[in-house]
Write a protein of this length. Sequence first.
Length: 542
Amino acid sequence: MGRAERGRLGRHGLLPHPDQRAGSRGLQGVHQLRDLEGGAGSLLQHDAVRAGQHDRRADGPGRRARPAAVQPEAARLVRHRAPHRRVAGPLEPGDHQLISLDDRTRSLDDVERLDPAHTALVLIDIQNDFCHPDGAFGRIGSDLSMMPAMAREARRLRDSARDRGIVTFYVRATYDPEVLGAPLAETYARRGFSDGQCPEGSWGADWYDGLSPDPERAADIVVTKHRFSVFQGTEIDLYLRANGIRTVVFAGVVTSGCVESSLRDAFFRDYYVVAAEDAMTEASPERHRASLHKIGQAFGEVRPAAAIAGLWLAANGPGADLSIAAKAARIPGTLADRIDPAHTALLLIDLQEDFCATEGVMGRNAEDLSDIARAVKGCQRLLGIARAAGLQVIHLRAEYGEADASPVSIFASADVDGMSCCRPGTSGARILPEVAPVEGEWEVVKRRFSGFVDTRLELMLRSNGIRTLIVGGVATQCCVESTVRDAALRDYFVVVASDACGARGRMRHLHDASLEVMGLYFAEVCPIDRIESALAPAKTAA
């Protein structure tokens, strides 16, 4: 082993003892995690570092070498590895099957789960007010004697992440008056925090025990939150998905509060989650243990910090490359690559009687629907192409009822008689028969212009590894553009079929302007003919 490698492993306590024979493992590799209620539980083995040696036999050409020391435990599962297409990276042409249920329900071994290329470390609220005896928690009498041990293990993780180039989030809380909602303020008052917590710019809001980001390291990212979960009102989900992260390792304080709240929200957004059990803590050992038990039971994996650090140090590849150049290289080069059925869905928007049929609300109001009729025919053709190529099809359907109406939505729709359209349970809310869903196609009901607002649409896209949407529907300048904008801002590639979109006659000028705006900022706008040509190889294979 070279001097640099020995120094790197030595900083993390992972070198063999001098009395051990040459070639023996520095980290013996068996960390036993038992059921927290005291039962025998299952033993989770972590074979870790073998003095820098790696075995390339199982990987084949072009794959990242796997550490020899983790092979015995990992081999059983690695043989069944399938691509996770929700992870950012080169798109894979020729596979016309979305992520199967079998792929989604298989277990990952720790090597794959904690691959540095797709893993992030999130350090929660390691700040003076929460951890230091002179901080807000200390002033109300909380026992903070466990904080130095937590900080030591969190530092172990942080240093290991830096060595491997793993993206690390330093999450800080501030609770200034402009972000302190009434229910949260009431909770803090009830617990005795009369002088507040972590005011912006205060000592209490500063990092505890030197666990601070390196301003020169691009992969050290600071996120400021104002609620228990880091996923509420922050940009962290954007950072994670923009950098192809699929696993999030959590550490910090307090276990049952902000850590567990953040971990739960990450799990609900389809990230794998790992709790570093000794790199998180709180004043109550009982609550800490109960929280870890719940996490391990319902949300993710619970591991010691040393085991996680050992797997990272044994890994042969670096962390995610955050550079613009690396991400630009992953942009699919052709339309055929961008709309490969392996990761693409057709999204049809609001093809309903009240919007499109002469007997619907718009027709009864004597609106000119000739352009919409053209768009419906285009959508019908596009639907046939998508079905032949094996694309997943999603039908967005609007419903506007009393329970979901707000003063703002009523006001916004007043000039176009929007609230009389697509009333729940009426024939006007039905999808036109010529473009109606068939078995295996999904239907999503929306109650605002965008299909992403308060619907299950994005959940379905993430769950099935969909990264590109082909879009058609009505009206171009309203529900189509609203949905396209939201898709692009959530990092989906979008292709708009220009001749499968339409608007009422008196709004035709807005249709033209909308296609121009979408093509400029949010999507690739092209005719159905071009989409059909790009899908032709997929159609042949299907």
